[in-house]
Design a protein around this ligand. Structure first.
Ligand code: GRF
Length: 209
């Protein structure tokens, strides 16, 4: 059974999910701690949050590499020295390639109820479709776009006056709590994957609808 004590968190933006993990891991009983934060761009609040927490950071930009395959290799090489038990892609706007996926378990979070509305605009797409309930999904990453085995989901109601920003903020409040809960449980209890079924400890994946 895998355990998740050492976390490398990957970010591309504001990093509020990262902050939730940093805050949770301040308590040793949480069972996991963020040992490094990686990004695909500079000047983002996520990197500033890591710096304020005294966590080492690295940046690997796609445009600094001749091919995507080179970037895939480079980001895996930046992660490896931190020997993570789990890589958490928390608002990281890149699909990770085989060098990372083959070397480490990767947890991802998405602001929609997969398999509906995968991709970079899950909140916008759900609103445009007119759904009345959406939510967030925590899943293991695979080579596809938000297609890996689901660990946990939680529903969020869509309100009549919601726009993308308002709905996304309401989802993110739930998403941060769910991510912190799931990462902590994975760290403390371990997890197994069988096909598309992820089990934490001896229980089915957490979250509810
Ligand atoms: C989250 O909703 C994540 O699921 C999505 O982008 C948002 C990132 O938020 N891909 P933050 O950077 O953690 O604040």
């Amino acid at each position: 059974m895998s355990k998740a004590g050492r976390l490398v968190v990957l970010v591309s933006g504001s990093g509020t999910n990262l902050q939730a993990l940093l805050d949770a891991s301040a308590d040793p009983s949480y069972g996991a701690r963020v040992v490094a934060v990686g990004a695909d761009r500079e000047g983002i609040e996520g990197l500033a949050r890591a710096a304020r927490a005294g966590v080492p950071t690295f940046v690997e930009k796609l445009r600094d590499h001749p091919t995507r395959a080179d970037w895939d290799r480079a980001i895996a090489d930046r992660i490896a020295p931190y020997e993570p038990d789990l890589v958490v892609s928390a608002g990281f706007m890149k699909i990770l390639g085989a060098p990372t996926l083959d070397a480490f378990p990767v947890l991802n979070t998405h602001p929609a109820l997969l398999p509906s509305f995968p991709g970079a605009h899950g909140v916008r797409d759900a609103l445009a479709h007119g759904v009345k309930v959406t939510g967030c999904t925590v899943m293991l990453a695979d080579a596809g776009v938000d297609s890996g085995p689901i660990v946990a989901q939680e529903a969020v109601r869509v309100l009549a006056d919601d726009d993308e920003a308002v709905l996304h903020e309401r989802i993110k409040t739930v998403e941060r709590r769910l991510l912190v809960e799931i990462v902590g449980r994975m760290a403390r209890e371990g997890w197994t994957v069988s096909g598309r079924t992820v089990r934490i400890g001896n229980q089915p994946g957490g979250g509810s609808t």
